[in-house]
Design a protein around this ligand. Structure first.
Ligand code: AMO
Length: 430
């Protein structure tokens, strides 16, 4: 008999179905009992009259169930399955589950949940996070493919860093030292120049961050975009703004059930305010007595400024623009209209930076001289610098942290909740 997924069961009286899934809940009433069966599509109530079978059942056992569909207004969804046959498809070998799967509260710390990821993901609320994440990726891909961007896959074992700083993991690469890529930055630019014009990549990025915080991972998924023949960074912010609108619509269409589990309402995004970093810093200082570090906002500043934007513009998003050259990587295009500033931006979403982007330097000589200003030797950037000799068009791009975006959409408190198997300073398992 062919398997039926729970969300495909039709309410008709008496139809026989074959279901497969896990035992989510068991309720015994002496002469008969209920069990709830969970598969990847939903949960259904089973009515079990054979007490011997009921007593054999254990939470989270995998089952094959044959039964008939009966309408019952009191059952969740308005129907239940009157069971005629149960086969145990996957036995259990535990005394006590590490935490509850079928209760509202988990009664375990986040660390325990992560240790038992294969159990915590059985909770419909935890599973929902990754349905949202899957649909973010789908929306990102569909949106960009629709705009004729090409999807690329670039190496993660690389010979030199791209983002400056020392946050790189080293790898023994035969008799040489190599690194794990912090970003596909150089390669995405290279592919623009190689004739792809506009590219995107959904790939892992590695940061040897020493800080173990609610918003940092050592391995995350970066949604990268690079676009050729732009006029300036405004084109990039336009593109990202359009994507955000597209994404919200896509999630409302595909994940309403999951959004409801987290009481998340994705209201239509109209326009995202664009405010220069220096103006944001002034507002923080004057209106909130909050001093910012040179050339950036700290985590608290991002939170306060986001609240200010929400009150003033009713927007969960704000672009901060015109970061100083001293705080941006050497490839960032200076802004000739604002001394010492660059054509770069961050996107802050509900108090957290989710994107960095900007126009890049595309002229070979200018790039070399900017590297020297940064105390770098262009010779050390061999292929990257060389690729600018052959007609590199004006271009720019941005990258969105997938886990940060997921986390903020659902209002989660820790980025690890939005990461399937997080890697942080203390965790490389499971
Ligand atoms: P940046 O280093 O700002 O820029 O990273 C871009 C975005 O990636 C996410 N992110 C992280 N998420 C979790 N844990 C981390 N440790 C972490 N580090 C970064 C954030 C951040 O906004 N090459 C540039 C992008 C570009 O200009 O195209 C870059 O990597 O959401």
């Amino acid at each position: 008999m062919e398997r039926t997924f729970i969300d495909q069961i039709e309410k008709g009286q008496g139809e026989e179905v074959c279901l497969r899934g896990w035992v989510f809940k068991i309720k015994s009433f002496g002469k008969f009992g209920f069990a709830f069966l969970r598969d990847k599509s939903g949960i259904v109530q089973l009515v079990i009259e054979d007490m011997e079978i009921l007593q054999e059942l254990k939470l989270e056992m995998a089952l094959k169930v044959i039964g008939s569909v009966m309408e019952n207004d009191k059952a969740p969804g308005g129907f239940e399955i009157r069971v005629s046959k149960i086969e145990i498809a996957g036995k259990t070998y535990y005394d006590l589950l590490p935490f509850s799967i079928n209760q509202k509260t988990v009664n375990a710390t986040l660390e325990t949940e992560l240790d038992f990821r294969y159990i915590s993901l059985r909770r419909p609320d935890r599973r929902a996070v990754f349905k949202i994440q899957e649909e973010i990726v789908e929306a990102f891909r569909n949106f960009l493919r629709g705009k004729k961007f090409s999807e690329i896959h670039t190496p993660k074992i690389i010979a030199s860093g791209t983002e400056g700083g020392s946050e790189m993991f080293t790898v023994n690469y035969f008799d040489r030292r190599a690194f794990l890529a912090q970003s596909p930055q150089f390669y995405k630019q290279m592919m623009v120049g190689a004739g792809f014009e506009s590219v995107f990549e959904i790939g892992h990025a590695y940061r040897a961050e020493l800080h173990n915080t609610w918003r940092h991972l050592n391995e995350y998924v970066s949604l990268d975009v690079e676009m050729g023949f732009i006029t300036d960074e405004e084109d990039l912010m336009d593109l990202e703004e359009e994507f955000i609108k597209f994404l919200y619509k896509h999630l409302r269409n595909t994940c309403q059930k999951e959004l409801d589990l987290y009481n998340t309402q994705l209201k239509e995004v109209v326009t995202i305010p664009r405010i220069s970093l220096s103006v944001a810093q002034e507002i923080l200082q004057e209106d909130f007595g909050k001093k910012s570090p040179v050339g950036t906002l700290d985590a608290e500043g991002e939170i306060i400024f986001s609240k200010y934007i929400k009150d003033k513009y009713n927007s969960d998003f704000v672009f901060l623009t015109k970061y100083p050259a001293s705080k941006r990587p050497m490839y960032t295009m200076p802004d000739e209209g604002f001394e010492g500033m660059t054509r770069s931006f961050d996107l802050i979403y509900k108090g957290l930076e989710i994107t960095t982007g900007g126009q890049r330097i595309h002229d070979y000589e200018m790039l070399k001289s900017n590297m020297k200003k940064f105390g770098l030797d262009p010779e050390d950037f061999g292929f990257y610098v060389e690729s600018f000799k052959y007609g590199m068009p004006p271009h720019g791009g941005f990258a969105i942290g997938l886990e940060r975006l997921t986390m903020k959409i659902l209002g989660l408190e820790n980025i690890r909740e939005a990461t399937l198997l997080p890697r942080d300073k203390n965790r490389i398992m499971p």
